[in-house]
Design a binder for this molecule. Sequence first.
Ligand SMILES: Cc1cc2nc3c(=O)[nH]c(=O)nc-3n(C[C@H](O)[C@H](O)[C@H](O)COP(=O)(O)OP(=O)(O)OC[C@H]3O[C@@H](n4cnc5c(N)ncnc54)[C@H](O)[C@@H]3O)c2cc1C
Length: 378
Amino acid sequence: MHTSSRPKAIVIGAGILGLAYAKTLSQRGYSVDVFERSEKATGSSIRNFGMVWPIGQPKGKLLDRAMKSRQIWIDVCKAANIWHKQTGSLQLLSNELEFEMGREFLERESPHREQLQLLNKQETKALFPYAHSQNNHGAIYSGTEIIVESREAIRLLPQYLKATHGINFHFNSPVIDIGTSFIVTAKKQRYEADIIVLCSGYETQLLYPGVFESAPVTISQLNMLRTARISQTIPALCAGLSFLHYGSYDKLPSTAIYKKWASENYPKQVYHGIHLLVSQNYNNQLTLGDSHDYGMHHEPFQQDDVDQLILDYMNDVMEIPQVQMAQRWTGQYLKMQNGQSEWFEEIEPGVFLANGPGGAGMTLGFGMAEDTLGQLLD
Ligand SMILES: Cc1cc2nc3c(=O)[nH]c(=O)nc-3n(C[C@H](O)[C@H](O)[C@H](O)COP(=O)(O)OP(=O)(O)OC[C@H]3O[C@@H](n4cnc5c(N)ncnc54)[C@H](O)[C@@H]3O)c2cc1C
């Protein structure tokens, strides 16, 4: 028996998807309780670059979703006084072929995107003085990207959502059982709700393991690094190998030639799924990465040689004075293998699974919650 006249919702997981679904359900009139296993979120959402990165999303549904999420990030960060920076982004282009890929991208994408420019060498150097002195061939500038400090933003958002939306957060509360209209926590407490949304990220072994086992998914494990504070200001960056990693760049006229070039010139980086992303936080530390290793089981031992390959590639595209590393970690996310951009499914009556934005959950999460719940509840 519910005491409130409002319908009740339970969300499991306080990563970006859990927060986004809780916010949207609350805005749609639900009284919402969020259950998070740990004392604070420790999953993918606090291990990432904090890049809200529309430039990586293909035009259409996903670019629209990314732009919607971007606006929500700006609004909540301003309202909750959470640090964020509307940096835009630079994709460094290090040879003629990459510049040609950039030109093709601009030709195809300019009508669909705001603030997109192809910069020549001099313009790139003016925006980013540390572009490599020999390898700088130009850059793609995009004005739509934002950086948040995810380990802070994700952990401050619950306070804001509680204060402004009345959402209740139950930390240190692993959920060990779910069924239609109820959940049970590890402390054997039972809670009831009209709708339950499971946002447990890459954790596939506890709740509904059978559903995960038979799904077209894999888990991607990434190596990440963070520098000590540096004196330089660095824009949010990626580089040529990112052409191989984002859907927005698919099927450019030179893509096949570029893939061949990359596998001949950067065979180890291509093998480990390495490209370069750089974001700078308000402490002037750089978050650097990343690599991609796929499979349902991952060893917990971070490989130094893979980190070194990331740094070797970084040194080919930029020249900043020797930086000191402060942290290294791995992160995981669940990746769809059937070409779908998300996994939102009613797995038993009233119980919905929300997962699958892969390496773009910070970019797509808020919009994914609005779009999928909109289709369900409208
Ligand atoms: C290294 C790395 C870098 C990335 N960089 C970016 C980026 O810069 N930009 C971008 O857009 N995307 C990025 N991504 C992707 C993005 O971080 C993920 O898509 C997103 O964080 C997934 O969010 P989530 O809420 O599904 O999962 P998570 O953040 O993992 O949250 C799941 C939560 O559920 C909790 N949980 C699990 N099981 C239970 C249970 N039984 N009971 C209670 N709680 C439970 C966990 O403790 C966890 O807090 C990156 C990912 C990684 C790993």
